[in-house]
Each structure stands twice: as C-alpha cells, then as structure tokens.
Design a protein around this ligand. Structure first.
Ligand SMILES: Cc1cc2nc3c(=O)[nH]c(=O)nc-3n(C[C@H](O)[C@H](O)[C@H](O)COP(=O)(O)OP(=O)(O)OC[C@H]3O[C@@H](n4cnc5c(N)ncnc54)[C@H](O)[C@@H]3O)c2cc1C
Length: 225
C-alpha cells in the first residue's frame, strides 16, 4: 500500500518542477504579477500549469513575460473562492510553487493581425510584445482605466485602443470593446484576429467578426474558462 502511494506521489511530482517566487507585485486591486527564474524556452502566447502542491490539480496560466527575459512572469486576478489564487496572492518571495512543462498553440507568427483582450487575457499579448512581436492594432478591454494592465508599455504601439465599460477620460473609448468594434466602419477581412479572455468576450467578439465577414479560420482564440 505504502509503495503504491509513494509511486503515485512520485508520478505526480515528475510532472512538475519546483520554482521559487522571486518577485510579487499587486498591479491593480487583487491583480498580481509573480515572477520566478526562467529555466526553459517557450513561444510567446504559451501556457504553463501552476499549483502550490503537487497533490492539487494545476491551474493554467499564460506566460506574461518576454521569451528572452530572465524571469517568467504570470499575471493573475484573485478569485475569492478559488483554490489556487488566494494562497498564491498571499505567497511570499522565496516561497515554492510547482509548475508544469510549457504547452499551448496560441502563438503569433508576426502575420498581419489585431490582438483583442480583456482582463488578464492581456498576458499572452504582453509576452508577445515583450518578445518583439507587434500587431496592427491592440484592443484592450476592461471595466476601469486601472484594468488596462501594462498600458504604459503598450502606448508605444502605433494603434492601441483601450475600451473601458465603466470609466471615462484619458483617451479611453467609453464602452465595451464589442461596442468599439461595432462602431468601426471598416473591419479588415484579410488579416488574423487573436482573442484572449473570458468565454463570453471571446464568443461575442468571434460572432461579431464573423458577422462582419471575417473568415472563421482567421479568428484564433484562447479562452480563460
Ligand atoms: C488556457 C488558459 C489560460 C489561462 N490563463 C490565465 C492567466 O494568464 N491569468 C489568469 O488570471 N487566469 C488564467 N486562466 C484561469 C486560471 O486557470 C484559473 O482558472 C483561475 O486563476 C482561477 O483559479 P483558482 O484555483 O483560484 O479558482 P478555482 O478553484 O479554479 O475556481 C474558479 C471559479 O470557479 C468557481 N468554482 C470552483 N469550483 C466550483 C464548482 N464545483 N461549482 C461551481 N463553481 C465552482 C469558484 O468559485 C471560482 O469563482 C487561464 C485559463 C485557461 C483555460
């Protein structure tokens, strides 16, 4: 019996690597960026699993840092009744977490594209941008101006739009990003669209784009369910 339990534990642990948190910052209310040393290569847009114990099922997170950065960073918001994010937000520098190997196919090939994100769905685009990749346009959505994570960096882009559904001023488009898209006269049909965020946002935007003549195969999605 003891051997079976040990075997199962070793099998679970072999899927994970242990890393130490080297930085943690609350960048908005209950929204954190944690960092740990990068010991593997990845393509911007890929994800890893994270858990605080190898006995728990890992949760998936987009890598937020650039592919040449010294550290891997992860952007997450706290789900009050969630299993992982409350203890992860309370973790200290030096604490150990467990990560899986990198995987995922939400990668950008520097083709002509718009990037569209809400909330923490901005993470893969931040990784792409920090890795030297650029879209024709980035549309970032959230409730408030403070939900536009990394906007100081994205302002260097040629075409960067922030849509705030419950905030005004400072160059913000007032309303959801679906309103912004609906009001556009021209939505190009010969480029790709990368969408990342909640199920509802991704479904709404995909339907909107397809209704406006964009091909199904031109909409590439990552859903944070
Ligand atoms: C491909 C992918 C990439 C992702 N990338 C990111 C990222 O970069 N950043 C990020 O913040 N998030 C990301 N997520 C979401 C992330 O994986 C977690 O789901 C999220 O952080 C919540 O984890 P948690 O353990 O705190 O909450 P969980 O314990 O998983 O709970 C999540 C929510 O579900 C509810 N819930 C839990 N169990 C039940 C139940 N039995 N019945 C009803 N409701 C229940 C909880 O109340 C809570 O509100 C991604 C998800 C996917 C699929």
């Amino acid at each position: 019996m003891y051997l079976i339990v040990l075997e199962q534990t070793l099998f679970r642990m072999s899927k994970f690597s242990e890393v130490a948190i080297v930085n943690k910052k609350e960048i908005a209310n209950k929204v954190f960026v944690i960092e740990f040393k990068r010991e593997f290569d990845f393509n911007p847009g890929q994800i890893i699993g994270i858990t605080m114990s190898p006995d728990d099922k890992p949760r998936l997170y987009s890598i937020c840092s650039g592919n040449n950065d010294k550290h891997i960073s992860i952007l997450f918001n706290v789900k009050e009744d969630g299993k992982l994010t409350p203890p992860l937000a309370a973790a200290n520098i030096g604490d150990k977490i467990w990560i899986t190997k990198v995987h995922g196919k939400f990668v950008f090939n520097n083709e002509l594209a718009w990037w569209i994100a809400t909330g923490t769905g901005i993470a893969p685009f931040h990784s792409m941008f920090k890795s030297g990749q650029n879209p024709l346009k980035l549309i970032q959505g959230g409730r408030l101006k403070s939900d536009m994570y990394f906007s100081d960096e994205f302002k260097a882009m040629n075409d960067y739009v922030r849509c705030a559904s419950q905030d005004t001023g400072d160059g913000l488009f007032e309303g959801r990003l679906t309103k912004y898209l609906n009001e556009l006269e021209d939505i190009p049909t010969n480029i790709n669209y990368y969408l990342c965020g909640s199920t509802n946002m991704v479904m709404d935007v995909r339907n909107l784009l397809i209704t406006r003549g964009v091909g199904f195969d031109k909409v590439i999605t990552e859903i944070y369910f």
